[in-house]
Design a protein around this ligand. Sequence first.
Ligand code: ATR
Length: 270
Amino acid sequence: MDQYAVVGNPIEHSKSPLIHALFAEQTGQQLEYGKLLAPLDGFEASVRDFLRTGLGVNVTVPFKEQAWALVDAHSAAAERAGAVNTILRREDGSLLGDNTDGKGLVRDIQVNAGLSLDGLNVLLVGAGGAARGVIQPLLAAGPAHLCVINRTVSKAEELAALFVDQGPIAAAGLQWLVEPVDLIINATSASLAGDVPPIPDSLIKPGHTWCYDMMYSSGETAFNQWAREHGAARCIDGLGMLVEQAAEAFALWRGVRPDTAPVLARLRQA
Ligand code: ATR
């Protein structure tokens, strides 16, 4: 049977095997999708070993940049992102790297939540790998303006400079902007520690501003709690993005895009 896996460290709690099993069942595809724990200093060996017989892997924390360096060719999205979350072994044995995180985020916002990004004023909080991975697809969705704000301002400036040819992007410090925006996306890792990046409450216009935390947890994330308490019109967590980026990977591997709605509903139940 065709073999796929998600590789990371840690990997125990990954939801990807369940998501891909549900996709396979729904689309009638015959495949197995497992978890692969790579040693922190042994990512490349683990992946190459798996892909001797396996057809593809998803890559998660902390290996997405190493995956970018490992593959033979990059999709346009991966090239810009500097990180790879999906590897496909092609018929000639070469490895193609894609990054489906940004597509997943944009699809979750636009299709699942129904908010068109066209013409919006968007704030992206954070300037690490997670932020970099989503900027190009965000700009392609046509916002009026995308501002990357970060605790370390120089990192936000570096990111904005990398994508300046792709659309209206700028950089600022966490506290520099105070006027309300249409959408705030949290791409910091602060939620992992239950923290909220210290950004002004006035960025939220009650009843208007949408907030999106790229993280998810079993309960409400700290960022979404902050957003709700300040009157955000909608607070969305990253579970939909997780399912959508998986659907993009599945489509790359299998040539068929699954219906994500029932899979997301199933995960929300669990
Ligand atoms: P990832 O791959 O998840 O993006 P990363 O590259 O380490 O991880 O980046 C983490 C991001 O979260 C950075 O933008 C970081 O800000 P700095 O660049 O100033 O370090 C941000 N971050 C993490 N904890 C934060 C906190 N408590 N408040 C504000 N920003 C935080």
